[in-house]
Design a protein around this ligand. Structure first.
Ligand SMILES: [Zn+2]
Length: 198
C-alpha cells in the first residue's frame, strides 16, 4: 500500500515537471508558445495552449477580414500527398495583405506553387510568417526591410497554383530551429492563434 502511494506521488511529480517544461517552451518575442516539433517529426495540428490565446499576438493578415470569416483549412489535403499546412483567407484581388506580426523581410520569392511570396522572420528568429499567391508587393518592400505588425506588405491575388476565380491569401507560420533557412521550418496551425480572444 505504501509502495503504491509512493509510486503515485512519483508519477505526479514527473507529470508536474513535464508540464512546467512544456509551459517554458520557446515563445518569446511575441511568438506563439507552442510545443515545437523538430524537423522530421509529424507536424502538430494541436490547438494553441491558453497562454497563446492570452497573448492575442497576431493580426488577421488580410485587411477588413474578421475572425468569423476565416476557417481552419490547416489540415486540408492537397495534391500528391502534401498537407496544406497553412490557412487560406479568401478576399477580392487587390485587398491589402498586412503583416500578422512584426519582423524582417527575409525573402521575396516567386515559386511555381506559391506564386509571389513573402517570408518574414519575427524578432528572435524563432518564427517565420509566410504569405503566398500575392498579386503584388507593397511599394518599397524589399529583403532586409523591417515591417511593423499590421503594415501593408502586398495585395491578395492568385499567383502560383491558386485558382484565378478564387483569389486568396495562403498564410503559414513556421517554427524555426536554430540555423534553419527561410525554406525550412516546421508548420504550426495559424488558425487558433488568429481567432484567439476574438
Ligand atoms: Zn493555401
Amino acid at each position: 500500500m505504501i509502495r503504491k502511494v509512493a509510486i503515485l506521488l512519483l508519477l505526479l511529480a514527473i507529470g508536474y515537471v513535464g508540464w512546467v517544461a512544456f509551459l517554458n517552451l520557446p515563445g518569446g518575442d511575441g511568438g506563439p508558445p507552442m510545443a515545437v516539433a523538430h524537423k522530421g517529426a509529424p507536424a502538430p495540428a494541436a490547438s494553441a495552449p491558453p497562454a497563446a490565446a492570452a497573448q492575442g499576438a497576431l493580426v488577421i493578415p488580410v485587411a477588413g477580414v474578421r475572425a468569423d470569416q476565416i476557417g481552419d483549412t490547416f489540415t486540408d489535403a492537397r495534391g500528391e500527398g502534401r498537407a496544406h499546412d497553412a490557412i487560406d483567407i479568401m478576399a477580392p484581388r487587390g485587398t491589402p495583405v498586412i503583416a500578422a506580426a512584426a519582423g524582417t523581410v527575409e525573402k521575396l520569392f516567386d515559386s511555381e506553387l506559391g506564386g509571389r511570396t513573402i517570408y518574414i522572420r519575427r524578432p528572435g528568429g524563432q518564427w517565420i510568417d509566410y504569405y503566398a499567391h500575392l498579386d503584388g508587393y507593397a511599394p518599397g518592400l524589399a529583403e532586409g526591410k523591417r515591417v511593423a505588425q499590421g503594415e501593408m506588405i502586398g495585395t491578395v491575388g492568385s499567383t502560383g497554383d491558386a485558382s484565378p476565380e478564387a483569389p486568396h491569401l495562403h498564410y503559414a507560420i513556421n517554427a524555426m530551429a536554430p540555423g534553419e533557412g527561410w525554406w525550412q521550418g516546421t508548420p504550426v496551425n495559424p488558425y487558433p492563434l488568429l481567432v484567439a480572444g476574438r
